[in-house]
Write a protein that binds this ligand. Sequence first.
Ligand code: SAM
Length: 264
Amino acid sequence: MKPNSTPENHLSSLAGKLAGLLYSLCSYLLFLLTALYLIGFLSGLGVPKDINSGQGLSWPLAVIVDALLITLFAVQHSGMARQPFKRWWTTHIPAPIERATYVLSTCLVLILLFWLWQPIATPIWSVTSTWGHGLLMAVFWLGCLVVVLSTFLISHFELLGITQALSAWRSARPDSPTFKTPLLYKLVRHPLYLGFLIVFWATPDMTVGHLMFALLNTIYILIGAYLEEKDLVALFGERYQRYQQNVAMLVPLIKRKPGRKKGA
Ligand SMILES: C[S@@+](CC[C@H](N)C(=O)[O-])C[C@H]1O[C@@H](n2cnc3c(N)ncnc32)[C@H](O)[C@@H]1O
């Protein structure tokens, strides 16, 4: 038996590294398609089934199904991002494909959500004027832009698991995480999440189903950002605590009150 056979070493052979790289690229490709579908799902543009289409279940059942789908997404997406889970998970799968597996799992849960989502088409607001409709769609696309830009500001390919598989391919040690505050990160600590909030809420046709999607995901983002910040304080220490004091969490210019416990 080989002396060292931890999952990490499964990528030490050429075949293992190649398989890891292909796996990560496939997961990235699926991510791109899922992200495009999400845009269509929320905007109603270019997809066979959007957030309001189809004949759903009766509204009490629809509320239960939709809430369960969003809860499943929240548990998967936040649970798999926590350090204790990652430590346990990488004793079962090779570390260089941990992030790609996270991305793949996220896509599969989102695809399930698109598939099983139950519309509740009762209107909350409907903006019919051309300029109002155009303005809200412009805000929606701005939100999409903020999300994409934010991934590149942090590290697009690392967030999506490509860098880790490439490092294994080159037999290089993966870079340790670095604290960054470029551009939008000087305005708010979570520009990517802010972009998502804009995308969820900016619609000319808000229905009960869409409102539920926006509301539950807003709650999830607030909890997710809180948990992420605990990890970031543990990782970057005082530097992140100073950042929390000086830069707003999600809404530019709304900062933490001085004197509040750091990293809480
Ligand atoms: C999906 S990204 C979201 C980033 C951020 N919450 C946002 O909304 O822009 C999550 C990853 O970004 C990392 N991250 C968040 N803020 C960071 C920062 N200022 N510098 C470096 N990494 C950061 C976290 O450790 C986590 O791995």
